[in-house]
Design a protein around this ligand. Structure first.
Ligand code: GLU
Length: 479
């Protein structure tokens, strides 16, 4: 069966990483059956509408590689894809229910409804609008809300993640279908749209599970077949038992991009948050996810967000792209992540820096700090050398002498390549009787003043003869 799925965000702000699985999973399900994923913008709540949010949603999906088959920009046979442009469709559908007696126009003033709500509270009885339903029938006209006429009964259904579900009549009520402003509610609009668009799998956050009996009642009232219902559990905050929220450090998806997370890693991480294929595999390409994904293996409990794991996965992906697709493929993604000073250097030089440092990066933005000394002479910090744990026992005179010897030996190299540098360093070890940690720490600190660097011969190789010797000399003079 070709699955038709949808991602149906409301344009109320950015896509928070806790919500993006509602786009990833429908994408995977649609693509594994050569079906389609529809992007539908649920913009009927005009008070929560945020200008620019739709573009942000599109941008996020594009960055993650979740191309939609129908929707804004690409169009399709089931448009329009903005709910605000579909009002005549909802009105036509609601008329069917008004005619069959399963909906009613409800002019009850909101103060009256509030009074009734209070009364229920005082009497400690559940507030059910169907017990308050007006008896008088009025014609539907603009400005009057329309409500569903619920029939209290039991429901049983199967949720592909949550399993067998059962509810009693107490959860069914006269929900609002069309609001005073003529816009439909989410509860009504999504039923109409999913039916009109032929959606086979309704995949969305578990927060809609409790309203599902009302949706089942609507399917029934329209004589619609139930789609496959898939409730996605919440992503939990790093600690405690609550849903991941902005306060727990959850950022927008695009913020992770701007912080140097690769789209491949983000997609991989989020897809595997609360899903696995039953093996130990952790790194998946998008194509592998499409092939291996199955709704049955989505966990029915909330998965915990773990930034350390995301960073680890990003590091894995940085290496993988470099090793499998080449330095250029990684390089193009690093644009904008280099230290400012790097701008004055050639692309070739930056590529060489990247080639020796990529396997230490957790995010692309690590480049900013980790590669600075390749582009600008570091400030000399004598104490960093004299206080270093391997160099502490040497006197300043000894350090100066050793540095001078290093300069003298390195100066003799003709070709200045990694191998020649390494053999000089090895010879220096033998001649001076120093331990590698001592000699190499000294040279590394003197050229970089950084806590870590790639292998010393590679670092010196990329820095070049002139810069390396000048820095070593400058430090020797300052000691
Ligand atoms: N517009 C709803 C939301 O953003 C979508 C729920 C659904 O996928 O049906 O939460």
């Amino acid at each position: 069966m070709k699955a038709i799925t949808r991602f149906a965000p409301s344009p109320t702000g950015y896509i928070h990483i806790g919500n993006v699985r509602s786009a990833i999973y429908p994408y995977l399900v649609a693509n594994q059956s050569e079906g389609k994923m529809i992007l539908r913008i649920e913009d009927t709540d005009r008070e929560r509408y945020v200008e620019g949010a739709t573009e942000l949603i599109e941008d996020t999906l594009k960055w993650l590689g979740l191309e939609w088959d129908e929707g804004p920009i690409v169009g399709g046979e089931n448009g329009p894809y903005f709910q605000s442009e579909r009002l005549p469709i909802y009105h036509a559908w609601v008329k069917k229910l008004l005619e069959s007696g399963r909906a009613y126009a409800d002019p009850t003033p909101s103060e009256k409804i509030e009074e009734y709500r209070k009364e229920c509270n005082e009497k400690k009885i559940p507030f059910l609008y169907r017990n308050f339903r007006p008896t008088e029938v009025v014609e539907w006209e603009p400005g009057i809300p329309v409500r569903f006429k619920a029939e209290p009964k039991n429901y049983e259904w199967h949720d592909a993640v949550m399993g067998g579900m059962k509810t009693g009549p107490e959860v069914l009520d006269d929900i609002i279908l069309i609001k005073k402003d003529g816009y439909p509610t989410y509860n009504f609009a999504h039923i109409v749209d999913d039916a009109e668009m032929g959606v086979t799998h309704v995949m969305r956050g578990v927060e809609y599970l409790s309203s599902t009996p009302n949706y089942l009642a609507l399917y029934e009232a329209f004589g619609l077949e139930r789609p496959i219902l898939v409730s996605l559990p919440h992503i939990l905050a790093p600690t405690g038992n609550k849903k991941l929220g902005k306060r727990d450090g959850a950022k927008s998806v695009t913020e992770y991009r701007d912080d140097g997370i690769l789209a491949e890693a983000m997609l991989n991480y989020l897809a595997c948050l609360g899903w696995n294929d039953g093996t130990e595999q952790e790194i998946y390409t998008k194509d592998e996810l499409i092939e291996k994904f199955s709704i049955e293996r989505i966990q029915n409990s909330g998965a915990r967000y773990d930034e350390t794991k995301l960073l680890w996965m990003n590091g894995q992906w940085i290496r993988r792209i470099f090793d499998e697709q080449g330095a250029e493929a990684l390089y193009v993604r690093t644009i904008g992540f280099w230290p400012e000073e790097a701008e004055e250097y050639s692309e070739e030089y930056r590529l060489r820096v990247l080639s020796i440092i990529y396997d230490r990066l957790k995010t692309l933005s690590d480049l900013r700090e980790m590669t600075k000394y390749f582009f600008v002479d570091p400030e000399i910090d004598v104490e960093m050398i004299t206080g270093n744990k391997f160099l502490k026992k040497m006197s300043e005179a000894e350090i100066e002498e050793l540095l001078k010897k290093v300069v003298a030996e390195l100066s003799k190299i003709e070709g200045w390549d990694e191998e020649a540098i390494q053999s000089v360093l090895n010879r220096l070890l033998e001649e001076t009787g120093k331990k590698p940690a001592e000699l190499f720490s000294l040279v590394r600190l003197a050229v970089s003043f950084a806590p870590f660097s790639p292998a010393l011969n590679l670092t010196l190789g990329v820095l070049g003869r002139e810069v390396s010797l000048a820095r070593l000399n400058a430090v020797a003079r300052s000691i």
